[in-house]
Design a protein around this ligand. Structure first.
Ligand SMILES: Cc1ncc(COP(=O)(O)O)c(C=O)c1O
Length: 448
């Protein structure tokens, strides 16, 4: 990697550069546009500039280490620089990095789909690959829509989605999403959907079930995040409620789309949250942890029934005319397949359950000591610690996370909810460290 040299910063506006970190931040802000980030303030918010990683720690350009307690925005499952995953990527590079899946196949992708097929809770699945979770959701919406038109059934054009939902940032996915996150400017572009309450309302499933019964004739699909609505701040529901909604979809013949982009690959304590809910969605979206957090890969998983509705004469209207350039990328597929094997070899799920119990106990103790904590919501290793500031504008979430980062634990909030998303292979010591540092950060910002 090159040494920092802020050559592109215009002379005169060049800041006084004191460390390698400052130099890299200046270079970064000069050319990179960071998502969900106000770039005018970016450089002043002490961003971590990662140069390398080891295990569950990220290492910045000055050699400082940060325990990655957000799994690099919920994608990293086994850790960084996992030797077996590194090897899988290198081995695949010796074969081929990428070839198109439009009309042709690739061995690495076929092998991945074969390996995933018995593990996903979707009947006789077919996988339409994409690169990000939002694209997987977008594909799911289009598949659900065309499923009905391919059968000559008209009027099935709407979707039922939940309050608090987040499904990504493309226009379709923000439409089924509940809005917010500063994205209101796009409201005129969002198509209308039928909206049931989110998991913060204990009656959400009752309302959803009656809406499904009342609107089945016009619904293409129901879209849910099983068990945990993550991005809204870790709203949790019980498996039985999810199962009841799935049952209503089955009874009323409405397709169920389970968005497991965040909950998939072990985060909730089972491989998929749908497993805990005993549901088999018609369509499932996976992403984030699919490659262990290594490479951009997502997929829309369709049941046999759904897939069959698209079979017809060559070049006919039955075809799904949709596909991305990097769909089924071979490098990502090879890593994803090895990742799935490692899940079993490393006994990841038992560790998730043990660490989740340890984290719950630690946070309960913390909450007793800190009245500033309003609520703790947890399912597996997906956790939201909701702070309860006495007045608006204190930005506790942001400031607590910044205080944790200064102590070497990387956190990122959702408003005043501090998200804890430890890597699934975390050790007991690392979980203790996350809880300890969070406690110190709360002391610093909210007072002991
Ligand atoms: C449930 C859910 N669906 C979809 C997405 C979008 O995924 P991506 O950011 O990979 O587009 C996210 C991202 O957080 C998510 O939590």
């Amino acid at each position: 990697m090159n040494d920092a040299e802020p050559t592109s910063t215009p002379a005169g506006s060049r800041p006084t550069l004191t460390s390698r970190h400052d130099q890299w931040v200046a270079r970064d802000a000069a050319v990179v546009w960071h998502g969900f980030t106000q770039m005018a303030a970016y450089a002043d918010n002490a961003p971590v500039i990662v140069e390398a990683a080891e295990g569950r720690e990220l290492i910045d350009v000055d050699g400082r280490r940060y325990l990655d307690a957000i799994s690099s925005l919920w994608v990293t499952t086994l850790g960084h620089r996992v030797p077996e995953l590194d090897r899988a990527a290198r081995d695949q590079l010796d074969r081929v990095a990428h070839s198109t899946l439009l009309g042709n196949g690739n061995v690495a992708t076929i092998e991945l789909a074969e390996a995933l097929a018995p593990r996903v809770p979707v009947s006789e699945p077919h996988f339409l690959f994409a690169s990000d979770g939002a694209a997987a959701v977008e594909q799911a919406l289009k598949i659900a829509f065309q499923f009905w038109t391919n059968q000559g059934i008209t009027g099935r054009t709407r979707y039922l989605a939940l309050g608090g939902a987040y499904h990504g940032d493309t226009i379709g996915s923000i439409s089924v999403g509940a809005g917010g996150f500063g994205t209101d400017v796009f409201d005129p572009l969002r198509f209308p959907v039928l909206r049931a309450p989110g998991y913060d309302d204990p009656g959400w499933a009752d309302t959803a079930v009656s809406l499904i019964a009342g609107h089945a004739h016009e619904l293409a699909a129901v879209v849910i995040e099983p068990l945990v609505q993550g991005a809204v701040g870790m709203w949790i529901t019980d498996p039985q409620s999810v199962e009841r909604v799935a049952e209503a979809c089955r009874e009323q013949d409405v397709l169920l789309i389970a968005d497991e982009v965040a909950t998939g690959f072990g985060r909730t304590g089972t491989l998929f949250a749908s497993d805990q809910c005993a549901i088999r969605p018609d369509i499932m979206c996976i992403g984030k942890g699919l490659t262990g957090g290594y490479l951009a890969m997502a997929a829309t998983v369709a049941s046999r029934r759904v897939h069959q509705a698209f079979l017809g004469p060559d070049l006919s209207e039955m075809t799904l005319y949709h596909g991305h350039s990097f769909s089924g990328n071979a490098l990502a597929a090879a890593v994803a397949r090895r990742h799935l094997q490692l899940f079993d070899e490393l006994e990841v799920l038992p560790n998730v359950r043990a660490r989740a119990a340890q984290l719950a106990a630690g946070l309960a103790t913390l909450a007793e000591r800190h009245p500033a904590i309003g609520a703790i919501r947890q399912r597996g290793l997906m956790v939201g610690v909701e702070m309860d500031p006495p007045t608006d504008g204190l930005r506790w979430g942001r400031r607590i996370c910044a205080a944790a980062v200064r102590r070497g634990v990387l956190l990122r909030p959702l408003g005043d909810v501090v998200v804890l998303m430890p890597i699934l292979t975390s050790t007991p010591e690392e979980i203790d460290r996350i809880v300890g540092v969070l406690g110190e950060a709360i002391d610093e910002v909210c007072g002991p």
